[in-house]
Design a protein around this ligand. Structure first.
Ligand SMILES: [Zn+2]
Length: 494
């Protein structure tokens, strides 16, 4: 398996530290607001990556935090006259619900910063003891110039950082480059006791401490959005390596940005899309298909057109699966034909194996989801062509079933459950009245009522009473159904 490593700027063969295991950490959200779809892209991408490791036989330990104490949370709480803990609780729950809604597997461990303060104090103390950090006026700062490797991830030198960045000139800092590990509490802010007085941790120290605690150091993969490379991930490396004296992690993976209509999302442009709002009108599986069509490291352009394309892609797959199921369960098979060798069935089975193999090859090549999805679509095309030729032998039925199963399984590996809800659950109850009137049906089951109507229509057609047959069809159409006549009989599509 090859993975692009931001640290070395090239694709490398993945070699786990512990054979058969992957230990990975992905920076979670700061819970002061609902997440936008750019954040969602990062979490969905790493969910697909995690699933591929699992499907490849690895045991995966996946740690992803909640940053539940931060300036942004405190500011929001002050604006709304609430406590920071209340704000953090609300948006932590909202985040977890949103991740469940888009099918992101829950992390093995989801540490909350406010529950892990001891681990952070321990790391900060190690940094002070090692001469890489200093206390100043109740704050503790990391001394950037004490770290010869600083800049290793972002590829910037310390002097470039000074000229390219605006720093706040806090008089407590010895150097403008230094960053806070611990912040003394201001009046009214949440605080914890520490050797340096009452205060709270800086953002960067959280991830260094929680990853070391739950994964050990070094661990295999650290991930996040591309916007975290500098300064967050650079600072995580500095803290982790200067405190514990070992490499932090082997591989850094970063997910590209999400654009809306080719523009950067921003509140002023009015194109700032929250995940929860998008999910009001978009099936989470469609959103995932849209995201899979772009490589995780590339910028992803979200637009109405791309959403429409993803919707039709999803419908094409689900229609194919439904048709395969229908044709297999209604096939007219000559029983004496069971053992016959069927060349077209054999060809389809060979294609399924080839698709599965190429799917894995694509995913093994730095998680090329677009190519892997292309393989699934190629099999969808073959399955459609195959069933349209009719399933007149058991070998053909078995091959068609195998194709449907493979499509279902490969989509499932992406985290897309193609299970078709029983449509009858949503069928209108008006079917009962219609079936009572036109087909003499007296029960209360919509599926039976629909079948009674189809039977009545078939009987009318057989006796050349086309007026009645058409009337039944028109009534069904008015209820929102399409009547499809197939070789194996009529069926309703709602
Ligand atoms: Zn982080």
């Amino acid at each position: 398996m090859k993975i692009y490593n931001t640290l070395t700027r090239r694709k490398e063969e993945f070699e786990p530290i512990h054979p058969g295991e992957v230990r990975m950490y992905v920076c979670g959200p700061t819970v002061y607001n609902h997440i936008h779809i750019g954040n969602a892209r990062t979490f969905i991408s790493f969910d697909v990556i995690r699933r591929h490791f699992i499907n490849s036989g690895y045991k995966v330990t996946f740690v992803s935090n909640l940053t539940d104490v931060d300036d942004k949370i405190i500011n929001r709480a002050n604006e709304e006259g609430r406590t920071a803990a209340e704000v953090a609780e609300e948006y932590s729950n909202a985040f977890i619900d949103a991740m469940d809604a888009v099918g992101v597997m829950r992390p093995t461990v989801r540490p909350r910063a406010t529950q892990e303060i001891d681990a952070m104090i321990e790391t900060i103390q190690m940094l002070i003891d090692n001469g890489h950090a200093y206390e100043s006026g109740g704050d503790v700062y990391f001394n950037v110039r004490s770290d010869n490797h600083y800049g290793v991830l972002s590829g910037r030198t310390v002097d470039e950082m000074i000229s390219g960045t605006r720093f706040d000139v806090d008089p407590r800092k010895h150097d403008a480059l230094d960053f806070a590990l611990w912040k003394a509490a201001k009046p009214g802010e949440p605080y914890w006791d520490s050797p340096w007085g009452k205060g709270r941790p800086g953002w960067h120290i959280e991830c260094s401490s929680m990853s070391a605690k739950y994964l050990g150091q070094p661990f295999d993969i650290h991930g996040g959005g591309l916007d975290l490379v500098f300064p967050h991930h650079e600072n995580e490396i500095a803290q982790a390596e200067c405190s514990r004296g070992t490499k932090f992690c082997n591989c850094w993976m970063h997910c590209g940005m999400l654009l809306v209509d080719s523009e950067k999302m921003s509140k002023s442009l009015g194109n700032f899309l929250l995940l929860k709002d998008v999910l009001q009108s978009v099936d989470a599986r469609v959103l995932r298909i849209l995201m899979l069509q772009t490589h995780y490291r590339s910028p992803l352009d979200y637009s109405k057109e791309r959403l429409d394309e993803a919707t039709s892609s999803f419908e094409r797959i689900s229609t194919t699966l439904r048709n395969v199921e229908w044709e297999c369960s209604h096939a007219q098979v000559d029983a004496s034909d069971g053992a016959s060798d069927d060349a077209s069935a054999k060809a389809l089975l060979d294609k399924i194996e080839a698709v599965k193999k190429r799917y894995v090859e694509a995913m093994d090549d730095d998680f090329n989801t677009a190519a892997a999805l292309g393989e699934v679509f190629s099999l969808v095309g073959d399955a459609n062509a195959f069933i349209s030729g009719g399933l007149d032998s058991q070998a053909k039925v078995d091959a068609a079933k195998a194709a449907g199963d493979a499509i279902f399984d490969l989509m499932g590996r992406f985290g897309i459950d193609m299970t078709d809800k029983p449509q009858e659950d949503e069928w209108p109850v008006e079917l009962l009245g219609l079936a009572s009137e036109m087909a003499g049906y007296s029960g209360d089951n919509t599926k039976e009522a629909a079948q009674a109507l189809l039977d009545a229509r078939a009987a009318a057609r057989k006796s050349k009473d086309f007026a009645t047959a058409d009337k039944i069809r028109d009534c069904l159409t008015n209820l929102g159904f399409t009547v499809e006549d197939t070789a194996a009989g009529a069926r309703l599509i709602f």
